[in-house]
Structure formats: structure tokens, C-alpha cells
Design a protein around this ligand. Structure first.
Ligand code: SF4
Length: 348
């Protein structure tokens, strides 16, 4: 963004914020927004009264704390586990999964099935984390499985429903407004986010698009429009979203409570396979009894994910915890808030 645009947005945002409450806390829910904001140094354009807080929209960061250890148990039982590469860097109770045998890195759910079909003597589990976009790809995979004979494949699901966690965060983190996730909304639609207690806007990821979205949120706050919900990413997002994908998701997955790293168990915030597909559900085919997980006591990932602490307030930030040597998920994940703060020197 050139200097002229930067100056325009600086003064436009300041003017709108002057009509709002003296302290405004806006959560950017999505990890891709967090990194775009840090990369373009957008916080420097905000008036002092406006604070941007990073939310729980990095799927790898919020994966259930014991998920890594479940994968490790499967691997050590001789099961081949397919994962997305980002999970490889996330520490579990006994370190990361790097160096474990039987691990297979995949780039899509379809890759995992292709591997299972090519290796019928191996038991293959696809250990999946993600929000609606990945979930819809997994649902398409389930549809494929119905037409193919594949007895050696199952799914260990840690899929999340971001809508389920937002209302509880709105009250616990005293948020003023939400910058809603563009990728998730491309599947769910904007209407999926109606009824939240604070104004929200779905935004794209370009710097000026984000600034414009923040401007519209400040305008809604200045006008006292608590039920403001808008779509500022119409190129990719519609009111009702991708209904074919939603139908496919609902055919195979049901809404459940889910464990979020740092936030604990949250009702209606996850997706698991329906009972009728138990034969494909690794959580029912394998035992995970006795698996627990304790975070490093100094790691503040939970508070960072909940928006109640900034990465820099963690005593390990930039010392014991760096992207090369991460202690917590928020530094290990390429979409994590701590990684963004460290890489771009983004300061609150
Ligand atoms: S800096 Fe590292 S240890 Fe601290 S909260 Fe972030 S990820 Fe956790």
C-alpha cells in the first residue's frame, strides 16, 4: 500500500473511532487475517483506542491438546497416519511427531485416500484438523469412499465449527466487533454468523480490504448497530455460501462439542462423523484411553487463542519460543498469532 493510501486510512479510521467508545477491541478471527495484518503493518494505522486481537482461526493452533498424542499412539501401533504438514511442528506431551515412523504428509484429504488405495495391506488413518473448507473436502472424500472398496482407511476428526466458539469468546474477551473469516464464510455463507452479540463483517485478505472492513465495523459501532453483519468479500462469499458443500458436510458429519487448545471443551464447536459411518471413524476403531496433555506451564497459547493475552506478553516469546524452535502451537503453526508477531515484528 502506498503512503497516500496509508494516510487516507489512518485519518478515516481515526475519524470513525472518535465517535466510538474510548476502547474498542476487534478480533480478527482468522489466522490468514492475522498474518496479513502483521505483514502489512496495519496496526500502525489504527488509532490508539482501537486494539486488534487475534482469534482462534488457526486450525492447527486450536487442535485438541491431546490430538498429537493420539496420532503418536496410532503410529506406534503400526498404523500409517496421514497428516497435513503443519501438524508436524506442533508439540504434544512428548514433543513433535518429527522422526516418528509410519507418518505420511499429505496436501489434501484425497491424497490420504489415494495412498490407502495404493497400499491395501496398511491400515491408514487420515488425522484431520480444520474448519469448513477442509471439512467440505473431507466430506467429498467420504462420498468417494462410498463408491470405492477401501477397508483400510479411516478418519480421525478434529474438525472445528468456528461459529460455535465465537459467542462464548465475545463475552469472555469483552470484544467490541469481529472481523469474520473469509475462507470459512465462502462455504458457510455470511448468514451463518447472524445472531452474534457484536457487529461482524466478512473480509477478504488484501490490506485495503481489511482496512475498509475495519472502517465499516467502526461505523457500525459509532451508530450503535450491534446486529450489524456485512459481507466485504463478495468475490468469494455469498449470503448462503456453498450449499452443495454444506449438504455434503451434513450428510456425513454431525455437530458435536469439541476440545479447543487453551479454551477447553466447547459445546457445538466441532464436527464428527455420524454414527452410521462408524466403520470409517478412527475414534471408534482405535483406543485412545489414558491420553492426556499438559502444556508447558509458561506457554500462554490458551490466552493468546482466547484473545486475552498478546504473544509478546508470554515469557517465552522470542527466547525459548521462536518459529525455529517453537514451544507452543501458536508459534509452531505458519498461521499462528505468535509466529506472526515474531516474524513481522508486529507489536500491540
Ligand atoms: S510465545 Fe510460544 S510459548 Fe508463548 S504463547 Fe506463544 S506459542 Fe506459546
Amino acid at each position: 500500500m502506498d503512503l497516500k493510501s496509508a494516510n487516507f486510512w489512518r485519518s478515516a479510521l481515526a475519524e470513525k473511532a472518535a465517535s466510538c467508545a474510548p476502547a474498542i477491541r476487534i478480533m480478527e478471527v482468522c489466522g490468514t487475517h492475522t498474518h496479513a495484518i502483521a505483514r502489512h503493518n496495519l496496526r500502525a494505522l489504527l488509532p490508539e483506542s482501537v486494539t486488534l486481537i487475534s482469534g482462534p482461526g488457526c486450525p492447527v493452533c486450536v487442535a485438541g491438546a491431546a490430538f498429537i498424542e493420539k496420532i503418536r499412539r496410532l503410529l506406534r501401533e503400526g498404523v500409517t497416519v496421514a497428516i497435513f504438514g503443519d501438524l508436524l511442528r506442533i508439540p504434544g506431551q512428548f514433543g513433535t511427531l518429527a522422526g516418528e515412523k509410519n507418518l505420511r504428509i499429505v496436501y489434501s484429504p484425497a491424497d490420504a485416500l489415494t495412498y490407502a488405495l495404493a497400499n491395501p495391506r496398511q491400515k491408514v488413518v487420515f488425522a484431520a484438523v480444520g474448519f469448513a473448507p477442509t471439512l467440505s473436502a473431507a466430506a467429498a472424500l467420504m462420498a468417494d469412499l462410498e463408491t470405492q472398496k477401501c477397508d483400510n482407511f479411516s478418519l480421525l476428526s478434529d474438525f472445528k465449527e468456528i461459529r460455535g466458539v465465537l459467542s462464548s469468546l465475545c463475552s469472555s474477551s469483552s470484544l467490541s466487533a469481529l472481523l469474520l473469516p473469509g475462507h470459512v464464510a465462502s462455504v458457510t455463507g455470511v448468514e451463518h454468523f447472524s445472531g452474534l452479540p457484536v457487529p461482524g463483517i466478512v473480509s477478504g485478505f488484501e490490506a485495503e480490504n481489511i482496512l475498509h472492513s475495519l472502517y465499516l465495523l467502526l461505523q457500525a459501532l459509532a451508530e450503535g448497530k450491534k446486529d450489524f453483519l456485512s459481507n466485504n468479500y463478495p468475490q468469494a462469499v455469498s449470503a448462503k455460501g456453498n450449499q452443495a458443500a454444506q449438504k455434503l458436510i451434513d450428510r456425513y458429519f454431525t455437530i458435536s462439542s469439541s476440545s479447543w487448545r487453551g479454551l477447553g471443551e466447547i459445546p457445538e464447536s466441532g464436527r464428527i462423523l455420524k454414527d452410521e459411518f462408524a466403520r470409517l471413524d478412527a475414534s471408534k476403531l482405535y483406543s485412545f484411553d489414558g491420553i492426556t496433555f499438559k502444556e508447558d506451564p509458561d506457554c500462554r497459547c490458551g490466552e493468546v487463542i482466547a484473545g486475552t493475552a498478546f504473544p509478546e506478553s508470554c515469557p517465552l516469546f522470542g527466547g525459548r519460543c521462536t518459529p525455529e524452535n517453537p514451544v507452543g502451537a501458536c508459534m509452531a503453526s505458519s498461521e499462528g498469532s505468535c509466529a506472526a508477531a515474531f516474524i513481522y515484528g508486529d507489536r500491540q
